[in-house]
Design a protein around this ligand. Structure first.
Ligand SMILES: *Cc1c(COP(=O)(O)O)cnc(C)c1O
Length: 406
């Protein structure tokens, strides 16, 4: 580049034109940035990193597919009625997931709140207004769950004013059910921590003539989980859009029985006097969620799985070459069900704690976020990496382990 050109390019970069000036970019700078892209992470001083951990909410979940981003961009220039869009998109989503009905929510948590709102109010608009004051509306108020299914996300139901009643056995369920019982909830990722599994739970609910709800927020893959619980007869199924499905992080799906979804919509935006008014999704999120799901359902899952295995193998082979290192490849049975690598080492040979290694990776360049961090081990999940990043991760972990080798 000629000097003249370099100066021209520099002047196009935000802030370079205004060194010593204000922190606020001028409109001229912003307009010019249309030509040369701004990097707001750099401008703001926000660290970005290679995600070797997974679909973690505080790490912004997952990366939306280009196709999702294009869809959002292509449709943000027109107005439409939110309800009409939800109706039409909901029908397509329901067909893809074997549900009677479906709607896009602002996440799995919102889907649980709205689904429960639908169960509690039915189509009674007075009750919708009264939520979360269940007593005033003479609504049911108790939700039965298994003790092993306690999780902070169950607060989604407390938002509806409901009380959580914990049980362990089928006999406990029989005893706990009373005229106040509204539903029976199942936390799929904790299935193995409870005594009653998914099929038996929904059968128990049927026996007591209660709706069964299920949280499967992070439970694809396998893709079949998108319909397995609708097929099983669950009345409400909630899943995140911004995890494996790679839709907007601020989106999710509420699937289930027609009457319950219709009732849930009464508590949903755009309606203002509702508990759900703050759980808004815009047209971009609704459409982004829809095409992300479409794409996810139709993608080659075997090929993707093989890519994840290959990435694990690259890291596995690199770190195993350091003496004293042992590895274990495993797949978590439910939730984040993807090839995962645990890297352990002999502390007599490598004087490094898992926590220290995580910190060194995080502070390194490029920054890498892995997890675990026990006395002599860390864990790496490669499914949220971009292609090729596994080589960087492999190199950095090996480098740090070697440095600590005595
Ligand atoms: C992530 C998660 C949620 C919340 O999902 P959002 O889509 O972020 O609202 C709820 N339950 C479980 C089990 C989760 O893993």
């Amino acid at each position: 580049m000629k000097r003249r050109d370099i100066i021209k390019h520099l002047s196009l970069l935000p802030f370079f034109g205004g060194i010593g000036g204000s922190m606020v970019p001028s409109l001229k700078t912003i307009a010019a940035s249309g030509k040369s892209k701004r990097n707001l992470f750099k401008e703001l001083g926000v660290r970005t990193f290679i995600n070797a951990r997974g679909t973690i909410t505080f790490m912004t979940g997952s990366l939306m597919h280009d196709y999702v981003l294009e869809t959002i961009k292509d449709h943000s220039g027109d107005f439409c009625m939110i309800d009409e869009l939800q109706d039409k998109v909901g029908e397509r989503i329901a067909a893809m997931t074997h549900a009677e009905a479906a709607t896009v929510t602002s996440g799995a948590f919102a889907a649980l709140t709205l689904g429960m709102a639908g169960i509690l109010t039915g189509m009674d608009e007075k009750k919708v207004e009264q939520l979360p004051n269940l007593e005033a509306g003479g609504m049911k108020s108790e939700i039965i769950l298994q003790k092993g299914h306690q999780i902070h996300y169950n607060h989604a139901f407390i938002n509806c004013g409901a009380k959580l009643v914990y049980v362990e056995t089928a006999e406990d369920v029989d005893k706990a059910v009373n005229e106040k019982t509204a539903a029976m909830h199942f936390l799929n990722c904790n299935a193995l921590q409870g005594r009653i599994m998914q099929e038996e739970w929904v059968a128990l609910a049927r026996k007591h003539n209660l709706p069964a709800t299920i949280d499967i927020a992070a439970d694809v893959p396998p893709v079949s989980n998108l319909w397995a619980f609708n097929d099983m007869g669950y009345s409400v199924v909630a899943i995140s859009g911004g995890k494996a499905i790679r839709g907007p992080q601020s989106a999710g799906l509420l699937m289930g029985k027609k009457d319950i979804i219709a009732a849930a919509r009464l508590s949903s935006p755009p309606r203002g006097g509702t508990i759900g008014r703050g759980l808004k999704v815009n047209k971009e999120e609704i459409l982004g969620m829809y095409v992300a799901l479409e794409r996810y359902v139709n993608q080659d899952h075997e090929k993707e799985w093989k890519e994840w295995e290959d990435r694990v193998a690259v890291i596995d082979n690199a770190v195993k070459s350091v003496s004293g290192v042992t590895t274990n490849v495993y797949v978590p049975p439910i939730a984040n069900h993807t090839p995962t690598l645990k890297i352990s080492w002999d502390v007599a040979k490598i004087t490094l704690s898992g926590k220290d290694l995580l910190e060194a990776l995080s502070k390194g360049n490029p920054s890498i976020e892995a997890y675990g961090g026990e006395k002599n081990s860390i864990t790496v999940s490669p499914w949220m990496m971009k292609a090729g990043q596994e080589k960087i991760v492999a190199g950095r972990i090996k480098e740090e382990l070697r440095k600590a080798f005595v």
